[in-house]
Design a protein around this ligand. Structure first.
Ligand code: GDP
Length: 427
C-alpha cells in the first residue's frame, strides 16, 4: 500500500535488477524514473538471462504494469527493439506504459554525445554514447521533445527547427561535421510514432490512482548515489538524479508515498568508467575478483567494459545510504568473496593527513586514501544457504560489521545471481 524505491548506494551495478525482479512478484507497478538506455540490469530467471536497459524489471511478470515515467530518457527505437526481443524469447507480451510527457532521445543527442567524447579524446568522461547528457542538456534548455509531440506535427516541426539552428552551428564549426537536415530528422522521429502509440498514456493519472487505491509500487533507480549530479562524484556523474528523492518527480508519485527505500550495495565495490575510486585494487587481486564477481564476471551489462574492482567502501556506502534516505539495505554478491582467506574493508579515508568517516567533496577525493581493516574469510560456497542463521559465523560477522559501519539495517543478503538465491533477514 505504498511505494518502495530500489536504488543504488554506490556507482551502479549493485544488483538492483535482481532485487527488483524478486520484489516485482508482489508488486502491481514497476516504474523507471530517470536515466535511459545507458545502464543495464542483469536478470536471471526461469526464462533465461536478460540484460534490460530501458524496460523496467517487472516485465517478466504478466500481472505487473511497467511504467516509464516522465523523468526517463526514452530512446524509442531502442525501447521497441528491447520489447520485441523479450517477446521473441517467449515471455508473454509485458504490460508497458510510457508517459506522454517523457522526452525522447533524438538522433542528434546520439550524434553530439559521440562527437563530444571524440573531441575530448583523452579527457573524455567515458560516456556510453547513448545520448543521455545531450538529452538532459536539451531538456533543461527547453529544447526537448515530449512523446506527445510526435502526434502534434506543427509543434514538432517548430521545436526541431529551433533546436537544430544552434546545433548545426556547433556541428559545423566545433565538431567539423555535416549539419543536420530538419526534414530528415523530422521524418526519422515521425517514423517512431506508430510503434510508440500503443504504449503511451497519462502516467501521472495512472500513478496517482495507483497510490490512491493502495497498489504496490516499485520505483526502480538506475546507477547509484555516487553518480548523482549534486551528491555524487561530479563530473563523473550521470545527468539525472538516481536518488530515491527524485523518484517522486521522475515517476510522478507524491513524496510521502515513498515509505520504503532499499539501497543496494555489493559486498565489495565495482565501478565502471573514469573518476576517483578510493578502494580500487589492481592487477591479480582485481582480476580474480572481477572474474568471480556477478553472474559471469564483472563486465558492464550495456557496454561489456571490464568493471574496476575494489574492497567494500563503508565511507562511500554510508554516505550513499544517507543521501538515498535508505530505510534498509540489500547486500549482494556475498557469495563472491568465498575464495578469500582475509577480506579487507575500508572503514575510513585519510584526507589531508587526517582520518575521516565522511565522504569528501570531489575536489578532495583524488587525494583520499583508504584505511582498511581485515576480516577472516569463510572459504566456502554460500549459494545454497537460505536462512541467515545457516550462514557461517564469519560471514555473519562480516555482514554485521558492514551493517554497523553503514548505519543502516541489512535486510536482504543475495548469495547468487538467481531469483531464489536470497536470504531475507527479519529485524
Ligand atoms: P544493476 O544494474 O544494479 O541491476 O546491476 P548489474 O545487473 O549491472 O550487475 C549486477 C551483477 O551481479 C549481475 O551480473 C547480476 O547477475 C549479478 N548478481 C546480482 N546479485 C548477485 C549475487 O548475489 N551473487 C552473484 N554472484 N551475482 C549477483
Amino acid at each position: 500500500m505504498s511505494a518502495t524505491a530500489i536504488v543504488g548506494a554506490n556507482w551502479g551495478d549493485e544488483g538492483k535488477g535482481k532485487l527488483t525482479d524478486v520484489l516485482a512478484a508482489q508488486s502491481d507497478l514497476v516504474v523507471r524514473y530517470q536515466g535511459g538506455s545507458n545502464a543495464g540490469h542483469t536478470i536471471i530467471n526461469e526464462h533465461g538471462k536478460f540484460a534490460l536497459h530501458l524496460l523496467p524489471s517487472g516485465v517478466f511478470y504478466p500481472h505487473v504494469t511497467n511504467v516509464l515515467g516522465p523523468g526517463v530518457a526514452v530512446n524509442v527505437p531502442y525501447l521497441l527493439r528491447e520489447y520485441g526481443e523479450i517477446c521473441g524469447r517467449g515471455i508473454p507480451a509485458p504490460r508497458l506504459v510510457v508517459s506522454d510527457r517523457a522526452q525522447l532521445v533524438l538522433p542528434h543527442h546520439l550524434l553530439f554525445d559521440a562527437a563530444e567524447e571524440d573531441r575530448l579524446g583523452a579527457r573524455k568522461f567515458g560516456s556510453t554514447r547513448a545520448g543521455i547528457a545531450p538529452f538532459y542538456t536539451d531538456k533543461y534548455a527547453k529544447l526537448g521533445i515530449q512523446a506527445a509531440d510526435l502526434y502534434a506535427p506543427d509543434r514538432l516541426r517548430a521545436r526541431i527547427t529551433q533546436s537544430l539552428e544552434a546545433k548545426n552551428v556547433l556541428l559545423r564549426h566545433l565538431y567539423g561535421r555535416e549539419p543536420l537536415c530538419v526534414d530528415a530528422v523530422i521524418e526519422e522521429v515521425l517514423s517512431w510514432a506508430d510503434g510508440l502509440a500503443p504504449f503511451l498514456a497519462d502516467t501521472t493519472e495512472l500513478m496517482h490512482d495507483a497510490v490512491a487505491s493502495g497498489k504496490e509500487i516499485l520505483l526502480e533507480g538506475q546507477l547509484g548515489a555516487l553518480r548523482d549530479p549534486d551528491y555524487g562524484i561530479y563530473p563523473y556523474s550521470t545527468s539525472s538524479s538516481p536518488l530515491a528523492g527524485n523518484g517522486s518527480i521522475g515517476a510522478g508519485v507524491p513524496p510521502h508515498a515513498i515509505t520504503r527505500i532499499i539501497a543496494v550495495t555489493k559486498a565489495y565495490s565495482s565501478c565502471v568508467g573514469t573518476g576517483p575510486f578510493v578502494t580500487e585494487i589492481f592487477d591479480e587481486d582485481a582480476h580474480e575478483l572481477r572474474q568471480r564477481g556477478g553472474d559471469a564476471g564483472e563486465y558492464g551489462a550495456t557496454t561489456g567494459r571490464p568493471r574496476r574492482m575494489g574492497w567494500f567502501d563503508a565511507v562511500a556506502t554510508r554516505y550513499g545510504c544517507r543521501v538515498q534516505g535508505a530505510t534498509e539495505v540489500a547486500l549482494t554478491n556475498l557469495d563472491v568473496l568465498g575464495y578469500l582467506d582475509e577480506i579487507p574493508v575500508c572503514t575510513a579515508y585519510e584526507v589531508d593527513g587526517n582520518s575521516t568517516g565522511r565522504f569528501p567533496v570531489p575536489a578532495k577525493l583524488d587525494g583520499a586514501r583508504p584505511i582498511l581493516e581485515t576480516h577472516p574469510g569463510w572459504k566456502c560456497d554460500l549459494r545454497e544457504v537460505r536462512r541467515y542463521e545457516d550462514l557461517p559465523t564469519t560471514a555473519r560477522d562480516y555482514v554485521e560489521r558492514l551493517e554497523r559501519l553503514i548505519d543502516t539495517p541489512i535486510r536482504w543478503i543475495s548469495i547468487g545471481p538467481r531469483r531464489e538465491e536470497i536470504i531475507v533477514r527479519t529485524p
